[in-house]
Design a protein around this ligand. Structure first.
Ligand SMILES: Cc1cc2nc3c(=O)[nH]c(=O)nc-3n(C[C@H](O)[C@H](O)[C@H](O)COP(=O)(O)O)c2cc1C
Length: 220
């Protein structure tokens, strides 16, 4: 018998992303986040509305979604409870956050420039997705309450993939058997187990989902 309960959070499990954005002075910010989902080459990113990354994204309209593999968990953990905001907002002070300007150095990660966008890619991440902002949606709004979260709809304009996670002989296909993403569930880190069974959905060729024109930003 199920029972009715009220968990504080409903973070059932999603991949971790290291989201890189540009600060106002042109330096790089790097934020771990995991409220994200994809449809085709678009992705929805859920972020605190007043956070440093959200403000960077609203202003610069570009980011890179760097997806760490499970083996990078210690690097990701070093970024937890760090913020690019200075001063630190009171609710983050209460949660033990500290300001950090150079998050790449603290995490022991290497920045390289994006090819089509200004924010940095994380060399160690096997998946690096350069993206531009398409739309911003208020999220979780309630009457008489200020909006505290935003859903950022971004479009991927270039995907960099480590060949070691590609299917043998098929350069445009990531192998889910080789790709070992880092996942977050209820604020704890996990990896993936083995494939469970034959997938009926996977009988549809992946190319059936390819968007017609997704790669290029207008004029890029
Ligand atoms: C693994 C992980 C996942 C997180 N997921 C999110 C998320 O989905 N959305 C969000 O707003 N914050 C998330 N956070 C908290 C942010 O990292 C935190 O707000 C941080 O201050 C963001 O950096 P910034 O302040 O420099 O923007 C997550 C933190 C960790 C460690």
């Amino acid at each position: 018998m199920h029972i009715s309960v009220e968990p504080s959070i409903l973070y059932f499990g999603t991949p971790v992303i290291l989201l890189s954005t540009c600060n106002e002075d042109g330096t790089a910010n790097l934020a771990p986040m995991s409220s994200a989902w994809w449809l085709g080459w678009n992705c929805m990113l859920g972020l605190g509305a007043k956070g440093h990354t959200a403000q960077n994204l609203l202003r610069e309209k570009e980011c890179v979604l760097n997806l760490p593999s499970a083996s990078l968990v210690e690097h990701v953990n070093r970024l937890a409870r760090l913020t690019g905001s200075d001063p630190i907002p009171p609710h983050k002070v209460a949660m033990g956050y500290r300001h950090e300007k150079n998050k790449f150095a603290v995490a022991g990660l290497t920045a390289v420039p994006g090819e089509l966008v200004a924010p940095s890619r994380v060399v160690e991440c096997p998946v690096q997705l350069e993206a531009v902002l398409e739309a911003v949606h208020p999220f979780g709004t309630r009457p008489d309450k200020p909006t505290t979260a935003l859903a950022f709809e971004v479009r991927i304009i270039r995907a960099h993939i480590d060949p070691s996670i590609l299917m043998e002989g098929r350069e445009n296909h990531v192998s889910p058997d080789k790709w070992r993403p880092l996942l977050m569930s209820f604020c704890q880190f996990y990896g993936l187990g083995e494939r469970l069974t034959h997938s009926t959905l996977a009988e549809i060729p992946e190319d059936a989902y390819r968007p017609v024109a997704h790669m290029q930003r207008e004029g890029a």
